[in-house]
Design a binder for this molecule. Structure first.
Ligand SMILES: Nc1ncnc2c1ncn2[C@@H]1O[C@H](COP(=O)(O)OP(=O)(O)OP(=O)(O)O)[C@@H](O)[C@H]1O
Ligand SMILES: [Mg+2]
Length: 316
């Protein structure tokens, strides 16, 4: 079944992508071969997992915050969700899931939760010439969960790494959170001095473009790329409008959808030590939510709706 991908990807490497963006020869066959196409089925006959990648090379854009909320929301909607964290140093998503397990155990509460998986260690002696150890680790992690999961959610680091680059080519859905700032926008595209004209794509959108090329040449479904604004505030109206206009302009140029994201709210950060999201509050005995928390839940609902994920019925 995967032989066609292999040859297409070998061909992709000969087409002259910019050198720094090109995958070494071993990467795509191992990795992309695990990505499902429409109608593909796992070994037990069930559909293979839909891969959601949350990425942006800019640090602090809200990737882990979005990852925690989307993964937990999907688990709460009855989906089996496997999580991988490619920030091997910070492991924020890993910390979140372990905080959740500890808190729920302490309180004696059972709540649906995403399942976190470490990338397996691989002995360097087992890496053949031309292979990349990170590709092998990611490939093994995905292979271990893909037939058992409805979704695999991958949280990427806020920098350009090999793991992040390869993960982008695996994305059925790519979510890119973006702070409401032209400093963050600069990783998607360069704009003129008053922020109204796009001058050209930037490093991150070029990386996504290359991941799309690889998928196209391998005959995989295109990446559904959704840019989500994060930490929006009530102030800075001029900047907010300029950002909105720039994002809309760019969406048409480089092909992404936009979704309304999260406003700047305390609730999006304060529940981390307990591994909770605002969807869990009622279950831990919180009676009545304040207006900001209700608004935050609506923001999460709108985001999940906009993602348009397969077989997801929103129930919150
Ligand atoms: N909507 C929000 N409201 C309030 N705080 C937020 C919101 N989104 C994110 N934050 C806070 O912003 C900081 C950065 O968020 P987060 O860690 O999710 O970003 P990241 O993109 O994963 O960062 P990194 O690139 O370091 O992995 C954190 O302190 C987080 O709690
Ligand atoms: Mg993070």
């Amino acid at each position: 079944m995967w032989g066609g991908f292999f040859f297409a990807l070998v061909a992709a490497q000969k087409t002259g992508f910019p050198r720094e963006l090109r995958f070494p020869s071993c990467a795509p066959p191992h990795i992309v071969a695990t990505t499902p196409q429409d109608g593909d089925e796992g070994p037990k006959g069930q559909s293979m997992a839909h891969i959601i990648v949350v990425g942006n090379e800019k640090g602090g854009a809200g990737k882990s915050t979005v990852s925690m909320h989307v993964a937990t929301a999907l688990a709460r909607m009855g989906k089996t969700v496997a999580c991988l964290d490619l920030d091997l140093r910070q492991k924020t998503l890993g910390r979140y899931t372990s905080n959740r397990a500890t808190f729920l155990k302490k309180e004696g509460i059972d709540l649906p939760s995403p399942q976190y998986h470490e990338l397996p260690e691989i002995d360097a002696a087992d890496v053949k010439q031309g292979e990349n150890i990170y590709d092998l680790r990611l490939s093994a992690a995905i292979a271990a969960v893909e037939s058992k999961s409805d979704f695999i959610l991958i949280d990427c680091p806020g920098s350009h790494t090999r793991l992040s680059q390869v993960a982008h080519s695996l994305a059925d859905t790519l979510i890119t959170p973006l702070n409401d700032s032209f400093i963050d926008f600069d990783l998607l595209a360069h704009v003129d001095s008053d922020g109204t004209r796009i001058l050209g794509p930037s490093v991150y959108s070029e990386m996504v473009w290359q991941a799309r090329q690889l998928r196209a040449q391998a005959g995989l479904s295109p990446i559904d790329w959704i840019v989500v604004r994060n930490r929006m505030g009530a102030q800075n109206m001029v900047n907010k409008k300029k950002m909105q206009a720039a994002i809309e302009m760019l969406a048409k140029r480089i092909g992404f959808r936009t979704a309304s994201g999260f406003n700047e709210r305390v609730i999006f950060r304060e529940l981390f030590p307990r591994g909770l999201t605002l969807l869990d509050l009622r279950d831990i005995g919180v009676k009545g939510m304040n207006i900001s928390n209700v608004a935050a839940r609506n923001e999460l609902r709108e985001l999940i709706k906009a993602l348009n994920l397969p077989d997801v019925e929103i129930n919150f």
